[in-house]
Write a protein that binds this ligand. Structure first.
Ligand code: G3P
Ligand code: MG
Length: 243
């Protein structure tokens, strides 16, 4: 079965990377959620996509220059004015506590490909351990050195290598990290790439798939999973294919 991850929650219809967005993704039937993590000025793993708060909140500045207390004061619903005031920037720990009793997966993307966050791997893995989420978490990043660091800290937590472009034999590359999965930009994952990779034991989960036909094609190709801003659409399509 193709596993459906709500990208930044249900980012097509809710303020991305907020608790209401995560709750919506699960309520809509997603098998898991994806979120992005940076470190605040005081070293707290916080859930937000960009290096700055400018696009998604009513604040300005780099996440790394704001304390967690300051981030909590921000309105993270800037992209969905109708949600204004209803959600702030969550901490990873807040999400971990919420997801613990739910039988769903959690893809934590470490957003350390542009900014170096000291010990982000240790801090994130410590939260995963505190809430015993090891078997349900996938750690992903465009920073593959960081994934290697994760492997050395906790080899049993799955790692997914995010890739922008198509790689030659990406499954061979994934094994060098080692990573159990590759998460390619959706246009660089075609049926042969998916089939070959998965035949070599490396799962493929493209991002971000928001097109109905593409969802169908990926499901028919036996793709391990994908990330979508519209989990409801993906769940509906998966049900229709089983009929
Ligand atoms: O983890 C999949 C996807 O989220 C990677 O790209 O920029 O949406 O974080 P981005
Ligand atoms: Mg992401």
């Amino acid at each position: 079965m193709t596993i459906i991850f709500g990208h930044r929650g249900a980012a097509g219809t809710h303020p991305e990377n907020t608790m209401p967005s995560f709750q919506a993704a699960i309520d809509l039937g997603a098998d898991g959620i994806e979120l992005d993590v940076h470190l605040s000025k005081d070293g707290i793993p916080v859930v937000i996509h960009d290096e700055t708060v400018d696009r998604t909140t009513n604040g300005t500045g780099y996440v790394k220059d704001l304390t967690y207390a300051e981030l909590q004061q921000l309105d993270a619903c800037f992209l969905f004015p109708e949600w204004s005031g209803k959600a702030s920037v969550p901490s990873l720990e807040q999400v971990a506590e919420w997801i613990r009793p739910l039988n769903v997966k959690l893809n934590i993307e470490l957003k350390n490909d542009r900014i170096h966050y000291g010990q982000i791997e240790e801090k994130v893995i410590s939260i995963i351990g505190k809430y015993t989420l090891e078997s349900r978490v996938i750690l992903s990043s465009f920073n593959h050195d960081s994934l290697v660091a994760c492997y050395h800290i906790s080899p049993h937590i799955e790692r997914g290598a995010l890739i922008h472009e198509r790689l030659y034999q990406s499954w061979e590359y994934a094994k060098t990290i080692p990573a159990a999965s590759v998460h390619p930009y959706y246009l660089s994952a075609d049926q042969s790439m998916i089939a070959e990779s998965q035949a070599h034991g490396v799962m493929v989960r493209p991002y971000t798939v928001n097109d109905e036909q593409m969802m169908k094609d990926l499901m028919k190709a036996g793709c391990a999973g994908f990330f979508t801003d519209y989990p409801e659409m993906a769940v509906r399509i998966r049900k229709s294919l089983k009929n």
